[in-house]
Ligand binder design. Structure first.
Ligand code: ATP
Ligand code: MG
Length: 214
């Protein structure tokens, strides 16, 4: 069966970190809507120019832009055997688009990574990202060996503009209003598992694998 895993959860819950680890282990491609949007921003594409103001203020990019973007992405043949989604769907409209492309031959499962607001604000305001290779650090929990420099590639560590505390608070509010309803949406379909997002990565991964049995 084709495997499709949705990683749902507030900003900073660890969707990207968990998604990358599972993608390696299962040899499934990872689709991060946030990463694709940021890539478009950098290259100043039409999508990037439209999305910029929303991303920088912590709002969601409008559904029609994101849905079209993901639809195009999913046409690539690398996704034929399945994929992991980080950051999509984020609204009920987006979830309905996905429903249209999953059929009986797809094993669709949803992980809700749960964490408290204060924990998330702390994690995001201490987060730094290598501008070259994308590796994620935490100034206190996962600091780089040399301040401001990536251990792996020597790139410069940056803070995302939307990781500033005021924008983080807005992202949390937007999450509660527009994305949290998806928890009920998938719970009702019986395909959702709630996993603690505040623990260490190993425990989180083993909880997820117990649920998916993949
Ligand atoms: P993190 O990745 O740190 O856990 P996050 O989930 O808030 O936090 P991203 O997924 O990288 O961060 O998204 C960053 C921004 O990109 C969002 O605040 C939003 O503006 C935009 N974005 C990403 N995915 C979507 C989506 N599916 N629908 C609408 N906007 C999106
Ligand atoms: Mg992310």
């Amino acid at each position: 069966m084709k495997k499709v895993l949705i990683l749902l959860g507030p900003p900073g819950a660890g969707k990207g970190t968990v998604g990358n680890a599972l993608a390696d282990e299962w040899e499934l491609p990872l689709i991060s809507s946030g990463d694709i949007l940021r890539e478009n921003l950098k290259k100043k594409t039409e999508i990037g120019n439209k999305a910029k103001q929303y991303i920088e203020s912590g709002e969601l990019v409008p559904d029609e832009i994101v849905i079209e973007m993901i639809e195009q992405e999913l046409k690539k043949t690398i996704y034929i055997n399945g994929f992991i989604l980080d950051g999509f769907p984020r609204t009920v409209n987006q979830a309905k688009m996905l429903d249209r492309i999953v059929d009986n031959s797809t094993d669709l499962k949803v992980i809700y990574l749960k964490a408290d607001d204060d924990f998330l604000v702390n994690r995001l305001s201490n987060r730094r990202i290598c501008e070259k290779c994308g590796k994620i650090y935490h100034l206190i929990n996962i600091p780089p060996i040399k301040e401001g420099i990536c251990d792996i590639c020597g790139g410069k560590l940056m803070q995302r503009v939307d990781d500033r505390e005021d924008v983080v608070r807005r992202r949390l509010t937007v999450y509660k209003e527009q994305t949290a309803p998806l928890i009920e949406y998938y719970r009702n379909q019986g395909i959702l598992s709630i996993i603690n997002g505040e623990g260490n990565l190993r425990d989180t991964l083993s909880e997820i694998k117990k649920f998916t049995k993949w």
